[in-house]
Ligand binder design. Structure first.
Ligand code: UDP
Length: 571
């Protein structure tokens, strides 16, 4: 297999099966074989033994060629005792002591299995409201969020990965100001991403500079008013400060809720790409766009035939995962098998653009994004329709919008764009739909040795064009970007743009382009330079609202002490 050094390291550390002494029981091919065999086994009752073998081989080839990868829990747990294969969960939180602590327990079980959890804290009565049974007063959503955070800290996910949470509070909850500022200090509530649940009513009030009502969830009483612009500005200020909170447009999530009879969507998973009903889980998978090119007379173009067959196989794969999955709770089992949501998305988008010589920040790339995602959405739905013919529609089909539309599908949703934080490392490509973060960077390895890592697509072009040198790569690493390097041709500077070369509006427009053809949501961080102003943040929020994004997360470089990726921080 063609794996990078980083990929091998990540796989060895967390994905490959080990015995109790930590000895590896499989190599990467062995892992893909285990996953392919387990996922194919869902077809046992539908096909002959021979056909089953060829399905397994199809799944195996698609993964081993790094054309498609399922989310991490599937790679880690398929065919192993835990057997929990989904990355995304949403759990409800009831306004009772029993309810709150029941959910903490359930979240711990999910984290143990490598899944991430999202919750709405909006049903909890506000701080200071009375508690009948004790005659005392409630401590409010934020104080309980801290208990969830501490529980997550304690469950370090037995060797797989740390628990990740999303916490959401509706903008009309009386404790909204406390919520918006609860992560002001970088050291607080670190196991949560937080998002304010924004309503259309609120956005209208911001536009008209009006007050809006704060409503007590447990009584439905209006208990106060807030100036909408003041709250909006406070959210902007905090996001500028360190990236938290993000916002999600709750009414939009519910407008696209395909099973409204089953309940309201009140939260997403931790990274925001997967809105779900309470007790619903979803398994994701990503197609590596960097591999979806063909060369005609030496010129690269998108290979739509390969993309089509990869989408069909991926939908088949992800649908099978639902059947072989071991869900951590009976409620989750029922909901998830009931709606059969899957989330097929992409990674390696920036790499694909570089290979096609299209700058990320250009109308051509926006047009191509729409074309590709439209194609994936259409084909994935067709694949789901074909599966419905063979294996039946999803059990809650009669409670879905598809019934009235007369569209028979096996999966309530088929598309989601995940961050692909680790998947993209395994595939050795740019993550999700993000632009390149750096063209080259320096990694400190053992004995204080420094290793210069260069984006492989750039390295190839630099060699072809004859300007490659170790010395140049080292200089680029110090800066991250190649802007202003005279020895690099202008057109290459235009194509190989990094997150910080790109203005925030192009980030948002790219998110909107993919969202337009995605059933669920799109994970994207709108990266801003350190010098960005509060107005830049507010403008990005408005643009996300106006372009029909489902939510937005921004991050201003350097605004947290510890950040995952650094530019130019060379010792
Ligand atoms: N996730 C999690 N913990 C982590 C990383 C991810 O629970 O440390 C969950 C979370 O729900 C996130 C989803 O997995 O939204 C997908 O994340 P990503 O695509 O980065 O995961 P990968 O499959 O690449 O590991």
């Amino acid at each position: 297999m063609n794996l990078t050094e980083n990929a091998i390291k990540v796989l060895k550390k967390r994905y490959l099966a080990k015995d109790e002494n930590g000895n590896l029981l499989e190599d990467p091919e062995g892992m893909f074989r285990r996953v392919a065999r387990t996922v194919a086994s869902a077809d046992k009752e539908y096909v002959s033994e021979e056909e089953l073998k060829s399905i397994e081989q199809e799944f195996y080839d698609m993964m081993v060629n790094l054309d498609f990868l399922p989310n991490s829990p599937t790679l880690m747990n398929a065919g192993r005792p835990l057997g929990q294969l989904s990355a995304c969960f949403v759990l409800p939180i009831e306004d009772t002591m029993e309810g709150i602590f029941e959910t903490i327990k359930n979240a711990a079980l999910i984290h143990k299995s490598g899944g991430g959890t999202g919750f709405s804290f909006s049903r909890l009565r506000p701080k200071g409201a009375s508690v009948n049974s004790t005659g005392g007063v409630a401590s409010g959503p934020v104080s309980f969020m801290k208990v969830f955070n501490a529980a997550t800290e304690a469950v370090k996910q037995g060797g797989t990965r740390r628990g990740a949470n999303m916490g959401i509070l509706r903008v009309d909850h009386p404790d909204i100001v406390e919520f918006i500022t609860c992560k002001k200090n970088n050291a607080d509530i670190t196991n949560f991403n937080i998002s304010v649940g924004i309503t259309e009513e609120f956005m209208n009030a911001v536009e008209n500079n009006e007050y809006y009502n704060l409503v007590e969830p447990h009584t439905g009483k209006i208990v106060g008013k807030q100036n909408a612009r003041e709250i909006f500005d406070l959210i902007v200020d905090m996001a500028w400060n360190n990236g938290e909170p993000g916002i999600i447009f709750l009414d939009r999530l519910n407008k696209d809720n395909v099973t409204p009879e089953l309940g309201e969507i009140e939260s997403t998973n931790p990274c925001g790409e997967q809105p779900l009903l309470p007790y619903e889980a979803c398994n994701l998978g990503s197609i590596n766009l960097s591999n979806m090119l063909k060369y005609v007379d030496g010129k690269p173009e998108v290979d739509f035939a390969k993309l089509r067959t990869t989408v069909w196989k991926a939908v088949h794969f992800l649908d099978n995962v639902i059947d072989v999955n071991k869900y951590p709770l009976p409620e989750i089992d029922k909901m998830t098998r009931g709606t059969r949501k899957i989330g097929l998305g992409v990674m390696g988008w920036a790499d694909m653009l570089c290979k096609l010589n299209i700058p990320y920040n250009s109308q051509s790339s926006i047009d191509l994004a729409e074309k590709i995602m439209h194609f994936i959405q259409d084909e994935s739905r067709k694949a789901s329709m074909e599966l419905a013919e063979k294996k039946g529609v999803f059990p809650y089909y009669d409670k879905s919008i598809y019934k009235n539309l007369g569209i028979r599908v096996r999966n309530a949703t088929t598309t989601t764009i995940a961050p692909t934080g680790t998947l993209s490392i395994i595939a050795g490509v740019s993550s999700g739909i993000e632009p390149l973060f750096a063209i080259s960077y320096i990694r400190n390895v053992m004995d204080n040795d420094e290793l210069v890592e260069v984006n492989p697509v750039f390295k190839q072009v630099a060699k072809e064009e004859g300007f490659y040198s170790d010395e140049l790569m080292r200089r680029i690493a110090k800066k991250g970007s190649i802007r202003g390097f005279d020895e690099i041709p202008e057109w290459i500077q235009d194509v190989f743009v990094t997150a910080h070369d790109i203005s925030p509006d192009w980030h948002v427009r790219m998110q909107a382009a993919f969202q337009k053809y995605t059933d669920n949501a799109v994970s994207k961080t709108v990266n801003l330079r350190n010098e960005a102003t509060r107005k830049d943040v507010a403008d990005a929020f408005w643009l996300a609202y106006k372009t029909n994004c489902k939510g937005i997360t921004i991050y201003r470089d350097g605004s947290r002490d510890l950040q995952v990726l650094n530019i130019g921080k060379v010792k």
